[in-house]
Design a protein around this ligand. Structure first.
Ligand SMILES: [Zn+2]
Length: 251
């Protein structure tokens, strides 16, 4: 019985190392594998921090994974397992294609990926794999936040400051923040949220500055001085109670 396994973890939890380990183990037993990955900088290789690497099929947005595996099976005679790195970047349809590889081609699929983005949300691909997988396993690595708590959240930094907006896929190095670069680090939930809330606050401030262009509306920074002589006469007689609320109805 073929199975769809989804193994997830944070950045730096050793997903690629496990991908390469499974790939190596199966090949050592004479089995045929298809290895896939999906990050631009990978250039068709899966490589681990520990210095091992292997050639991989680069999955693009247009790649039909079911067709890819079916073709490889036809060319190679058979395929025993498909091992997918960076599966969080596969789209929902591609994750469904992996399920079809299991159900229709009877080939085991080992998918590995991050669970959540730097914005603290599930990657669409990972969400679909969680929904579809026969087995779901979290890689437990005792990564620590700088405060000493267990680090469970992926954080992105620009110029050393945590951000929560931007493209999902921006290549950077894991490790401590480096000025002028996009970097990633692992934080505990509490410190991740602290940084994320600060980043959201900065965004709101930017938005506010943008809206409050001079001339758009009265200056709100201090008391508004009104020269009574400059106010048109009728306003002194009839208070403008309903005037504003009816003005926009016809537009
Ligand atoms: Zn912390």
């Amino acid at each position: 019985m073929a199975t769809l396994r989804f193994t997830f973890g944070t950045m730096g939890s050793g997903k690629s190392t496990q991908v390469l380990q499974i790939h190596h183990n199966l090949r050592a037993r004479g089995l045929t594998t298809v290895l896939t990955t999906q990050l631009d900088r990978s250039e068709g290789r899966v490589s681990s921090r520990l210095g091992v690497s292997a050639e991989a099929e680069l999955v693009e947005a247009s790649t039909d994974l079911f067709e890819l595996v079916r073709q490889r099976a036809a060319t190679l005679g058979s395929v025993d397992a498909v091992i997918c790195d960076e599966a969080q970047f596969y789209d929902s349809v591609q994750c469904e294609q992996l399920a079809r590889v299991v159900d229709e081609l009877r080939i085991d699929v080992f998918a590995f990926g991050l669970l959540t983005t730097f914005q603290g949300r599930m990657f669409p691909g990972s969400a679909r794999l969680m929904e579809l997988a026969d087995e779901r396993t979290e890689i437990q690595v005792e990564a620590r936040c700088w405060c000493g708590e267990r680090a469970t959240q992926n954080a992105r930094f620009v110029d050393g400051v945590q951000v929560v907006s931007g493209q999902l896929k921006v290549v950077g190095d894991t490790g401590g923040p480096v000025a002028g670069e996009v970097t990633y680090d692992l934080l505990c939930r509490s410190h991740w949220m602290e940084g994320a809330n600060a980043a959201r606050g900065d965004q709101l401030e930017l938005l506010d500055d943008d809206v409050a262009r001079p001339g758009d509306h009265p200056d709100r920074s201090g008391p508004v001085e009104v020269d009574p002589d400059a106010v048109p006469n009728p306003l002194h007689v009839t208070p403008p109670v309903e005037a504003a609320s009816h003005s926009g109805v016809s537009s």
